[in-house]
Structure formats: structure tokens, C-alpha cells
Design a protein around this ligand. Structure first.
Ligand SMILES: NC(=O)c1ccc[n+]([C@@H]2O[C@H](COP(=O)([O-])OP(=O)(O)OC[C@H]3O[C@@H](n4cnc5c(N)ncnc54)[C@H](O)[C@@H]3O)[C@@H](O)[C@H]2O)c1
Length: 266
């Protein structure tokens, strides 16, 4: 079950790539997204490759809608072995003085509450099965505070940083609690990837091609491996963490970031 697995176009999204990659490994996939067209688009890509997937519309900030989605998956497949909590984003800029209380809550709902609700409603099923794996998508911003932001330069989003750090802590806490029940819980801490929201921001910034190229080059330059990643990097880690090859791994926040986290902040 992939929460936030829709295909938005512009570039391949993290949830979309993970859903496709799980299907390529033989999983029957449920793509949950608040935009039904995005969810259907991912399912169509999976079906085109001969895989099996169902699209479910749900606003995953709402408990009743997540529960209904989980019930729909159980009705269709009868079990849930993998949960990917992918919903999130850092759209609301500002430090603690600037950001409104409503925007703060909205950012936490998107990045933390969706994962909380996914785990809340899926874990009882996995506990009954005696097995399952959960992967939460987090960000390098949860651990690597940018000195540029500290100096008042660049992009500051304290709600996003805090919500993703809370998601890291929640991931480890749930992993510990579920460790004796056959359920593994891990996180994937992403660096700079070229996914739909990033492309959307760049394409709608009203700047010419040279400035766009400079922006992407700047992102790539700050990564020790010298390049931005993409959603298929996320999918590779997600398939591994859900696989039997990772059967002794729980409570890990795996960085998929080209070395960004270990580098000195720019
Ligand atoms: N792209 C990056 O550089 C980057 C870096 C670090 C972390 N991340 C994380 O990766 C994750 C996915 O990001 P992406 O870049 O692939 O974005 P994306 O926008 O392509 O994917 C998010 C999906 O979630 C869906 N969604 C949003 N709100 C929802 C809701 N309330 N209920 C149900 N579905 C909802 C969207 O429709 C979309 O299909 C996020 O958690 C983000 O914080 C991305």
C-alpha cells in the first residue's frame, strides 16, 4: 500500500516510482492518493508492464479516509505486507515568527499526520498477520540544518524541518515497539531529487532556461556525488527495505542523498 503514490507528470514522483518498483518485484499494489487521476495514472503504468494495482482516492490527513482506504485494500487483496508513507512536502516557507499557526499545522498534517494515520490503521493488520514492513519517507532536512538558512539566506522552512525530524523519531519509536511482532519499520532520508514538486517550482518561477539550468547545477554541486538524484534512487532503497534481504534491519533511517548528509552544509 503506497500512500501518496500518484503520478503527477513533470517528472517521476517518489511514490510513483516505488509503486512501480514494488509491482516489478511481484507485489500487488494499492496506490492511495488524494488526486484520483494521479493514482489511476500510476496504476495504468503498472498495468502496462503486466502488474496488478488498484487506485484508491483518500485524503490521508483524515483518519476516516485512511481507514476506508485500508479496508478497501483488505477487501481486494486480503492482506497488507508493505506500507510506504510517502506523502509530504516543504511548501510553506518561514521561520517561527513568520509562519502562521495554520500553515504550521498544515505542514505537520502533511508530513507527520499522514504517516501516523497510515501506521495507526495498518499496524493492527500486520500484527494479526505476524509480519509486515513499513517505510517512511523523510528528508535530509530533518538532520542537516542548513547554515545558509541560519545566516538568513536561502530557503527556510522550520515547519518542514521539524515535522520530518519528528517523523524520524516516530519511525524509530514504532520500530522498537513492533520489533518483537514481526514488523520492521524504517525510514528513507532523501537528499536532492528531481521530482514533480521541484520541477513544478522551477518551471513556474518565471525565469529563463539559463537560470533554471543554474538552479539544477547549484543543487548538483552541493551534493558530494556531484548530481541530483531521482525517484528511482528512492525506489531502489524502498524495494530493498521491504525485501527479505533486509529482514534483520529495523529502526534505520537510510540516507539516499549522494553523500549530502555527511558533507559540511554549504
Ligand atoms: N524531491 C525531493 O528532493 C525530496 C527531498 C526530500 C524528501 N522528499 C520527500 O519525498 C516525498 C514525496 O515527494 P515527491 O517529491 O515525490 O512529491 P510528489 O508531490 O510527486 O508526491 C506526493 C504525492 O502525495 C499526494 N498527496 C499529497 N497530499 C496528500 C494527501 N493529503 N492525501 C493523499 N495524497 C496526498 C500527491 O498528490 C502526490 O501524488 C515527500 O515526503 C517529500 O517530503 C522529497
Amino acid at each position: 500500500m503506497v500512500m501518496g503514490g500518484g503520478a503527477r507528470g513533470l517528472a517521476v514522483g517518489n511514490g510513483e516510482a516505488c509503486a512501480i518498483a514494488y509491482a516489478r518485484e511481484g507485489a500487488r499494489v494499492a496506490v492511495v492518493d488524494y488526486n484520483p487521476e494521479f493514482a489511476e495514472a500510476t496504476c495504468a503504468l503498472i498495468a502496462k508492464e503486466g502488474g496488478e494495482a488498484i487506485a484508491i482516492r483518500a485524503d490521508c490527513t483524515k483518519s476516516a479516509e485512511v481507514l476506508a482506504a485500508v479496508e478497501r485494500v483488505m477487501e481486494q487483496y486480503g492482506r497488507i505486507d508493505i506500507l510506504l508513507n510517502n506523502i509530504g512536502g516543504g511548501s510553506l516557507a518561514g521561520d517561527v515568527v513568520e509562519i502562521s499557526e495554520e500553515d504550521w499545522d498544515r505542514e505537520f498534517d502533511l508530513n507527520l499526520r499522514t504517516a501516523f494515520l497510515g501506521m495507526k490503521h495498518v499496524i493492527p493488520i500486520m500484527e494479526a498477520q505476524g509480519s509486515g514492513t513499513i517505510t517512511n519517507i523523510t528528508s535530509v532536512m530533518s538532520s542537516r540544518l542548513l547554515q545558509r538558512a541560519q545566516r538568513g539566506e536561502g530557503y527556510v522552512n522550520m515547519a518542514y524541518v521539524s515535522a520530518k525530524a519528528a517523523l524520524d523519531a516516530l519511525t524509530r519509536a514504532v520500530a522498537l515497539y513492533e520489533a518483537g511482532k514481526g514488523i520492521r519499520v524504517n525510514g528513507i532520508r532523501l537528499g536532492y531529487l528531481k521530482t514533480p514538486p521541484i520541477v513544478h517550482i522551477v518551471e513556474n518561477a518565471g525565469v529563463d532556461e539559463e537560470i533554471k539550468a543554474q538552479y539544477y547545477a547549484g543543487r548538483a554541486k552541493s551534493v558530494p556525488m556531484g548530481a541530483q538524484g531521482d525517484a528511482w534512487n528512492t525506489a531502489g532503497a524502498a524495494v530493498f527495505l521491504a525485501s527479505d534481504e533486509a529482514s534483520y534491519i529495523t529502526g534505520v533511517i537510510l540516507a539516499v542523498d549522494g553523500g549530502l548528509e555527511i558533507a559540511a552544509p554549504a
